[in-house]
Each structure stands twice: as C-alpha cells, then as structure tokens.
Design a binder for this molecule. Structure first.
Ligand code: UDP
Length: 479
C-alpha cells in the first residue's frame, strides 16, 4: 500500500444498537489519541429489516466528520421462528461477506487500511479481511472473565460429550471462580444448537486474530486477564495480545434521553427531589422482559422493602411478536402492577415506562443502588458511577457475569431465583434492603467506590487503558 495515502481503520459491528454505540465510542476515543486517522464503519442491515440505527448514525455523522458510515445492503432471510435471533444475525452477516469485501476494496483505493475491527457476530468477515492482507482485531463487548471462558470453551467441548445443561457440575475455567455449568451463556446450553457451533468457531478464530481489544480495565479483572495472557485458556497454541482500553461507556447527556428531544426527562427531575444515595434503580437492559406474574412479585418486594425506587417497566413478552417491537410499545401499568401499588408508593417510588436515561440516572446523587440484568455495558456504567449492584441475570452471558460480580470482583449481591427462574417477592425485598441499608451492602459499596477510582485512573493520562490505546494505535502504523 502506498505510504502517501491517509491511514484509516475500518470497523464492522453487529447490527445491534448497543454494539454500534460501543464501537462508535471506541472510535471517538481513538480520535482523541490520533486525530489524523480516518474511520470507516460498515453498518450491516438488521436481520428483520427494521432500521433502528438510522437516527443514531445521522447524529454521529453530523458531529464526528472523521467517521464515515457505509450502509451494507439488506439481506432477505427466510425467517423461521425456530431460529434464535442470534442465528439470524450471524446468517445476515455471513451473507454480507461479498459486500464487506467490496467495501474494503473500495476503501483501500483511497486509504491505507491499518486495521479492521470486528466483534463476535461479524466473525464471518474474518477470512475476507485476512485474504486482503488486512490485520483483523476483535472488539470484545463483554469483560475479561467472559473472554477467559470463551477462549477455554473449545477445551471444555473436547473434554465432554454432554450439553452444559446436562452436566450439572461446577466448571473450572482458568482465572474465574468455579461456575455452574447451567450458568453458561444460554445459547450454549444445548450442544446441538446451531449457535453452539457458531460460538465454537468464534472461540477458535478469536485467539488467532491480530489482537483482542477488551472493554474492561486491568484493575477490575486482574485474575482472568492473567490467566488469558499466561496461555492457560488456550493451552496448545498462542493467544493474540489482549488490550484493555476501558471502561468505555457512552457519554451521558442529562438534557436528553434519546426520545424526549431536549427536555429533561421526568425521572431526573423526580430524582432531584430525593435524598442523597436513597433510591434503588431497577433496569434490565435493552431486551429484559418479565412476565406479569414476575412484575407483580417485584412490585410487592419493592413495596415491602420500604426503600425509595425508580423502576423501568416494560410490557411482558408476547408470543408471535418480536422482542424488540413488543418492548417498545407502552405498557399499561394499571394492568401490569398490583392494584393500588402506584398510589401506595407514590411518595417514594417512580415507575418509568419502557426506557430511562440509564447513565444519567446512575450518575444522579440520589441513586444508591442498581438492580441490573448484568449486561456488560450496564455493569461498567454502574462501576463508573460508583453504584453497587444486585445481579439479576436474564439472557446472553449474564449469569456468568453474576458469578464474576458477586464472587470475583465483589461489587454486587446476587438475586437468587428458584429452579424455574422465578424470583419471589421475599427475595426482592431482602436483596434490595441488603443493598441499600445493611452491612452486606456496605462492603460492596466500598469495593465499588474503589473500582470507580481505579476506572478513572486507568483512563487518565499514564493510566493502563490510556497507555494501552496509545500503544495499540502505534502498533497499527507499523503493521
Ligand atoms: N439502557 C438505557 N435505558 C434503559 C435500558 C438500557 O439507557 O432503559 C442502556 C444502558 O445504559 C446500556 C445499554 O442500554 O448502555 C444496555 O447495554 P447492556 O450491555 O447493559 O445490555 P444489553 O441491552 O446489551 O443486554
């Protein structure tokens, strides 16, 4: 490639707004270190055709001119209800390979592509870029604990012929506490599942990449990081270098929650009137949904706990409707919550429909605890705000994250469900109380504060994440 050409990096995130936002935040951070870089983002079509990323993309294009988006064409899939959402995402991205190839070739006519950054779902593009002689990096959207598991997964696979769901043992994974096999990421519980195979392919390719960029920081997860770097997770071949550049979280803007334009969301003005550190915030990611029965049980538990609360409530899951569409429609609180609940708790509680500006909420002085579904972004946002958590995992790798938060990092209390996954009101009441007023809450509060300071130190000049990113950018130039 010609030396005279401007250097560029190309990113290819999954078609999920959360992944796209993380990658864009990463790009903004890269630009603060290296303003002369050009950044191209290949935006894959969403698997169902609905394009929820368009407003976000136009906002970024308008404010960050160094970033150019390339919209990849829509792929028409035959959607069978028996297939996971994740399988459809994989399929969409696999069928997009020729378009990725064209985009890379076309960009390289004008730019010297010094790195191509993909995530879990864009794995099918690994070979495309490698064939064009472009170094491929992974952007790991979960933490180092989950990475240790992922890298070790092919080894576990070889050791047994059973599915995780039938194993009924604690797995010994290097660098993380013994973890029940039933806590493995949900799509992996069945060995015959199509996603199990995808994950195995991904886990085999990942260590062969040019580098694994992880949204975490050294002080948060020292043990899994050491295990990975010592080669304990991939015993028989080398593992790509691990670069911790986090915590990378979206910038919070108090004046906007993305849906109400420029007015200050009601929940933030409500928080203004609450005492310092007195409110527990309950919010379950972009896809967390509960049955009506479970919502009622949470309400009873919250009411009995006597604590102040801010709770994001969504419609329950419905058959034959896509999760994303259902979650967006406004819930009827009178139907979903116990009779009189809103009235009885109106002095000390607020229920928000569907979506709250989570980062702004967590950073509000009145918030003292967070009941979370353990999505990695939510965890980092809570750490950066210094808010201790109750871990209530729902999907993806969140049960593994609960083990890490409770037993390894010690910044959360567990929400303990029954065999069938149901959490009763007594458990909700107990955990919320422990978090907000009892001794158990105190020690995790102190540890969370320590991690908040460590996060700030990692990101500041001379800090581990800051230095790592400088070195990473420097290494691209010499590839
Ligand atoms: N989020 C939010 N308001 C909500 C629900 C979620 O702002 O009501 C944001 C949250 O701050 C986080 C992201 O959505 O940045 C969710 O990402 P996470 O990794 O925690 O979970 P996922 O949705 O990917 O399961």
């Amino acid at each position: 490639r010609s030396l005279a050409m401007q250097e560029a990096i190309v990113l290819y995130p999954s078609p999920q707004i959360g992944h796209l936002i993380s990658m864009v935040e990463f790009c903004k951070l890269i630009l603060t270190h290296q303003p002369s870089l050009k950044i191209h983002i290949l935006n894959p079509p969403p698997p169902y055709g609905a394009d929820s990323t368009a407003p976000y993309i136009s906002a970024v294009s308008a404010t960050v001119p160094s970033i150019t988006f390339h919209q990849l064409p829509t792929i028409n899939l035959s959607i069978s209800s028996s297939r996971h959402h994740e399988s459809l995402v994989f399929e969409t991205l696999r069928l997009n390979n020729p378009n990725v190839q064209n985009a890379l070739i076309s960009i390289s006519k004008n730019y010297n592509i010094i790195s191509f950054i993909i995530d879990f779902f864009s794995t099918p593009a690994f070979d495309v870029a490698t064939a064009l002689n472009i170094p491929v990096y992974y952007f790991n959207t979960s933490g180092a604990g989950c990475l240790a598991f992922t890298l070790y997964f092919p080894t576990i696979h070889k050791k047994t012929t059973k599915s995780f769901k039938d194993l009924d043992i604690h797995l010994d994974i290097p660098g993380i506490p013994p973890t029940p096999s039933s806590d493995m990421p949900k799509p992996l519980l069945e060995r015959d599942d199509e996603l199990y195979k995808f994950m195995l392919d991904f886990a085999t390719i990942l260590p062969k990449s040019a580098g694994i960029i992880v949204n975490t920081f050294e002080a948060l997860e020292p043990r899994p990081l050491k295990a990975v770097r010592d080669g304990q997770c991939v015993p028989d071949s080398p593992t790509a270098p691990i670069q911790c550049i986090g915590p990378l979280i979206a910038t919070s803007d108090r004046s906007s929650d993305g849906s109400t334009g420029n007015s200050i969301p009601e929940c933030l003005t409500w928080l203004d009137s609450q005492p310092s550190k007195s409110v527990v915030f309950l919010c379950f990611g972009s896809l967390g949904l509960f049955t009506v029965e479970q919502l009622k049980e949470i309400a009873i538990g919250l009411e009995r706990s006597g604590q102040r609360f801010l709770w994001v409530v969504r419609n329950p899951p419905a058959e034959n409707q896509s999760v994303a569409i259902k979650a967006l429609s406004d819930p009827d609180l009178n139907l979903l919550l116990p009779e009189g609940f809103l009235d009885r708790t109106k002095q000390r509680g607020l229920v928000v429909k569907s979506w709250a500006p989570q980062i702004a909420v967590l950073n509000h002085d009145s918030v003292g605890g967070f009941v979370t579904h353990c999505g990695w972004n939510s965890i980092l946002e809570s750490v950066c705000a210094g808010v201790p958590m109750v871990a209530w995992p729902l999907y993806a790798e969140q049960r593994l994250n609960r083990v890490l938060l409770v037993e390894e990092i010690k910044i959360a209390l567990p929400m303990v469900e029954s065999e069938n996954g149901f959490v009763n009101s007594a458990e909700v009441e107990k955990r919320v109380r422990e978090l907000m007023e009892l001794e158990q809450g105190k020690s995790i509060r102190e540890q969370t504060t320590a991690m908040k300071h460590a996060a700030m130190a990692a990101l500041s000049e001379g800090g581990s994440s800051h230095v790592t990113l400088d070195q990473l950018i420097e290494s691209w130039k010499h590839k």
